[in-house]
Design a binder for this molecule. Structure first.
Ligand SMILES: C[S@@+](CC[C@H](N)C(=O)[O-])C[C@H]1O[C@@H](n2cnc3c(N)ncnc32)[C@H](O)[C@@H]1O
Length: 207
């Protein structure tokens, strides 16, 4: 079986018991990059597979072929930060492995966008959309809240959001990791200047 295992946003205590057991019992654990590997290493050493820009399709194809063959006899755990169902490399591998006849199971976990609400202590009881920074180029939405993933440039996100009638409520960077930063915009504060791929921005529709 090929397992897609959600690691949560970076704190090993936010793994589910099922994720922990799947990682412990698998014949091999594969991590797509260093940050996911750093989390899983607290449990056991993974094999790191990088998916470099421009070559990722080739890596996905080769890995999928290998896993489709191996997961007949073996249990392989492919981990992902947050929940494996959202914007993860595993999606591409799982699709291809299934096409090739392999069996896949997904272990749910804590996604980064819900965790961004927790660390910034924003309670949400209004409609919420989950988007990436790229989507903000054309977003005509009625959601009261938007959680923006891949928000590498928070200032740019804030500028685009304003065009669509949204304001920044919070910017969270590298939750539970070295370099963690939580900015909650209480009084029209200054949006952080940093650039970091591991950033989630929470937006709220202006009145
Ligand atoms: C490829 S997507 C993966 C999403 C992930 N599967 C999830 O459920 O949250 C990568 C994005 O997730 C967000 N992310 C994941 N872990 C994070 C963390 N610890 N702190 C801040 N953002 C994080 C960032 O927005 C990053 O650009």
């Amino acid at each position: 079986m090929l397992y897609g295992v959600s690691l949560g946003p970076g704190d090993v205590e936010l793994l589910t018991l099922k994720a922990l057991r799947t990682i412990e019992e698998a014949d091999e654990v594969i991590a797509p990059g260093k940050l996911a590997a750093d989390v899983v290493e607290k449990i056991r050493k993974p094999r790191i597979v990088e998916f470099p820009m421009g070559r990722s399709e080739e890596v996905i194809e080769n890995l999928s072929r290998e896993l489709a063959e191996r997961c007949v006899e073996e249990d392989i755990a492919f981990v992902a930060l947050g929940d494996v169902m959202f914007y993860s490399t595993f999606m591409h591998v799982a699709r291809r492995v299934k096409e090739l006849g392999g069996k896949v199971e997904c272990v749910p976990g804590v996604p980064s966008f819900t965790c961004a609400f927790s660390v910034s202590q924003i309670f949400c009881d209004r409609p919420l959309g989950v988007v990436t920074a790229k989507d903000l180029k054309n977003i005509n939405s009625d959601f009261e809240y938007l959680a923006v993933l891949k928000a590498t440039k928070p200032k740019e996100v804030a500028r685009l959001a304003e065009e669509w009638g949204y304001a920044v409520e919070a910017v969270v960077r590298r939750m539970f990791m070295e370099g963690e930063e939580v900015f909650v915009n209480r009084n029209n504060g200054k949006i952080p200047e940093f650039e970091d791929y591991f950033t989630v921005v929470i937006l709220r529709k202006r009145d």
